[in-house]
Design a protein. Sequence first.
Length: 536
Amino acid sequence: MARETPRATPHMLHFPTWKILLVAAVCLMGVVFALPNLFSAKTVAEFPDWMPSNQINLGLDLQGGSHLLLEIEVDAVLRERLEAVVEALRLELRRAKVGYTGLGVSNNAVTLGLRNPGDFEAVREAIEELEPEVTVARVGEERVHATFGEEALRQLRINAVNQSIEIIRRRVDETGTREPVIQRQGQDRVLVQLPGLKDPERIKALLGRTAKMTFHLVDEKTPVADARRGRMPPGSMLVPSADDVDPQGNPVLYVVRKRVSISGDRLVDAQPSFQQNQPVVSFRFDTLGGKKFGDLTSENVNNRLAILLDGKVISAPVIRSPILGGSGIITGRFTTEEVNDLALLLRAGALPAPMTILEERSVGPSLGADSVRAGEIAGIIAFVAVTIFMIVIYRLFGVMAATALVLNMIIIIGALSLLQATLTLPGLAGIVLTVGMAVDANVLIFERIREEFAGGRTPMSAVDAGYGRALTTIIDSNLTTLIAAMFLFFFGSGPVKGFAVTLSIGIATTMFSAIMVTRFMVVTWLRRTRPVALKI
């Protein structure tokens, strides 16, 4: 059969200038953004500001770090809310001259006895005004029982966990850890993964502390000895010192008012500082907190003010004069590191509830480096095997496909660096998988070209038909894989997301390299050589 000479360049072989510029720009950007990964972090830090300096972020399993599973003691939040109701209710009932007995918290409920059963409505209204979400019930004639309903308890737990996650994120961000994974697991657990962490014990100490700071007036009228014998006024409590000890080595005790004069929630800043060459923490309240602090210090000159952190007295200075500026200093027996950590905790905010470390795993940097080397070896083997296969089967066209594959890998690395995506071990698997997928489109096109040329078409016509008829199949197959990767990203977690990210980027770059880069090389070769036969 005679072969026809085409009168014009076939449609699929028409390569306009804007496409050439697009191919060149994408490949150049891939090289530029991938380049920092060839240098050490120290060298990259010295790059000029105008040069790209982002490197691929390695996940926990590749660069080492810590894996913590934390459990939030949500019941502590409930008890704290109820105890706040008890303290406020005690003042209200005294003001209203309502007689009561046994006011306190028992079995997650506020309970008290009435001296006069007719006072029930007044007590109920007082409790509901203090805490609208509680349900007040009468038990018998003289007992009152107030507790949270099921919906209120559920919302309380959700808020406590969400707030804990936010506080954990702030504390971790303050340490400078890059790309941490902080996510909820189950009802009251939080997963924390910290890649590249060099001091896991310090992070555990930071996350394990509630860092709830409160200011209380010291009860000067009640001796500690009387309080230890049980003669404690209802509105006071016995609190140990965090640092000071008596001659027997036991913590020094303070009798302080239960009522919180000012809460640490009003703090807007805390910074490490020095006073008389001693490490201290300087703090600053917001407008309302500053006013309360000024009023408190003005009304209690020459009295002692106890600063409590997580239920222990860290400082109990005497108020020498009113402090009206809304700021102050916390002194104590602190080291420089302790001052830095305390300031960090106060800036990040207090956890709503204590947390327990249920699970702890550490991945050493050597193990992570082994994983990276294994991934590199797997990638190199896959690349060499695919390249040899393509060149043996498709000859010159295989060389073009292998060249496009190299550019494809560079673009993937550049995209991961630009997007600052976290590369995990499953992500490495996604990249290795992409090596095979990258030539899949070329195989479809080359086989179609081979069939068209064998059917009697000219080289240009066969190439045009091969690209035109294989294009729909390539797009369909890659789009279905991309949709699956998107579902993995949105519904997966941790390593699954890492695999989905690299797979999605690989699919996008694969389609670009097959449809644009390889086709550009084939078209350029055809126009320059005008072959009469295709060795494919």
